[in-house]
Design a protein around this ligand. Structure first.
Ligand code: GLY
Length: 366
């Protein structure tokens, strides 16, 4: 078992990572529940995990009530938020109570936001069931829903009280989703940990094939990296937390072009976006060309897209640039880019000329 502390003064909490943890989740939740009923919000895809969680709560003597909502991005909506909040109010949830979010990033973001606004804030516990949620979205307190104008445009920073990660639940995740989540693991190596990127080159394929100890190690290492960065810049005001957006600006343009659909999963767009960020950094002589080649080679080795062609995007450069302009990170017409001086040396550059990025994108094979 690994316990990572997210150190945020009064908002500090533990992330517990262990194979098989879901069956013992009740022991960890009981001290927070203090005899009160604990609502569980889960998506319709995680039925077997919900049953395991409910059994563990029964064993620990924690009363519970499940609220099951449809799986998928459509649930990150005002309508589902209203339904969840009303159900929680019907259940009599109070400020000192805790709600469990069991599922992937959609559930974590939705329940996190619901509990941020319910009675001006009550507690919640993240029990993420996808690799992407385990290594990224369940830690750090970004919560929210989508709006008509775009994804994640309505939300709040609201930290969970506890995160319970059981890598074994990934056994039932579709391989494509597992690979997409793995892109966010590798991202931590690319940001500021070249040794971890080298570990991924060596061990990534085995991890994706299901090796339990490599999976647990990679998740714990990723969570520790995220905890460190969030601890330094909780509200993304100092330029530190923004590093977690590596690959996201290029990736956002690709996702938008794919209509935010299953044609290109978020993690796949991030993988292609990281390859483009390194490729662009190499073209500008900021980063050794060999490092950009290593990034692409690793994505190819594990079956993730390493650019526009592999992501199935053939849009002209000006359309991709237009998507970037609508990225929520744009400010005063300027878009902050995460560029690299090498593997493990990502930095934030607020002075990138979009026309220059457009020329680079125009040169990319379609
Ligand atoms: N997923 C990026 C962040 O938590 O800041």
């Amino acid at each position: 078992m690994t316990v990572v502390r997210v150190a945020l003064d009064a908002r500090s909490y533990d992330v517990v990572i262990e194979n098989g943890l879901l069956a013992r989740a009740g022991e960890h939740i009981a001290p927070l529940a203090r005899g009160r009923r604990v609502p569980i919000v889960a998506d319709a895809n995680v039925g077997p995990h919900l049953a395991t969680l409910q059994r563990s709560l029964d064993t620990a003597g924690v009363p519970h009530e499940a609220i099951v909502i449809p799986a998928g991005e459509k649930s990150k909506s005002w309508a589902t938020l209203e339904q969840v909040v009303d159900r929680l109010l019907d259940l009599g949830v109070e400020r000192g109570d805790h709600v469990i979010a069991l599922g992937g990033g959609v559930i974590g973001d939705l329940v996190g936001f619901a509990t941020a606004i319910l009675k001006r804030g009550c507690g919640f516990v993240q029990v993420p069931t996808t690799l992407l949620a385990q290594v990224d979205s369940s830690v750090g307190g970004k919560t929210g829903i989508n709006a008509r104008a775009g994804k994640n445009l309505v939300g709040a920073f609201h930290q969970p009280k506890l995160v319970l990660i059981d890598p074994q639940v990934l056994d039932t995740l579709p391989p494509r989703e597992l690979r997409a989540g793995y892109a966010e693991v590798v991202k931590y190596g690319l940001i500021d940990d070249a040794a971890f990127f080298a570990w991924c080159e060596e061990n990534g394929a085995a991890l994706l094939a299901g090796d339990p100890s490599r999976r647990e190690y990679a998740i714990a290492h990723s969570v520790a990296a995220k905890a460190r960065i969030v601890g330094e810049d909780e509200f993304e005001t100092l330029g530190r937390r923004a590093l977690l957006n590596l690959g996201h600006t290029f990736g956002h343009a690709l996702e938008a072009e794919a209509g935010f659909s299953d044609r290109l999963l978020h993690g796949e767009a991030v993988a292609a976006g990281c390859a483009l960020a390194f490729g662009y950094s190499a073209v500008r002589d900021l980063c050794p060309a060999f490092d950009a080649v290593r990034v692409s080679a690793h994505w190819q080795a594990v079956g993730l897209p390493d650019g526009l062609a592999a992501a199935g995007i053939d849009a002209p450069a000006d359309r991709l640039i237009e998507h970037m302009r609508h990225d929520k990170k744009a400010s005063g017409g300027q878009i902050p880019f995460l560029l690299a001086r090498g593997i493990g040396q990502t930095y934030l550059d607020r002075n990138v000329a979009l026309a220059d990025v457009g020329n680079f994108l125009a040169m990319q094979p379609r």
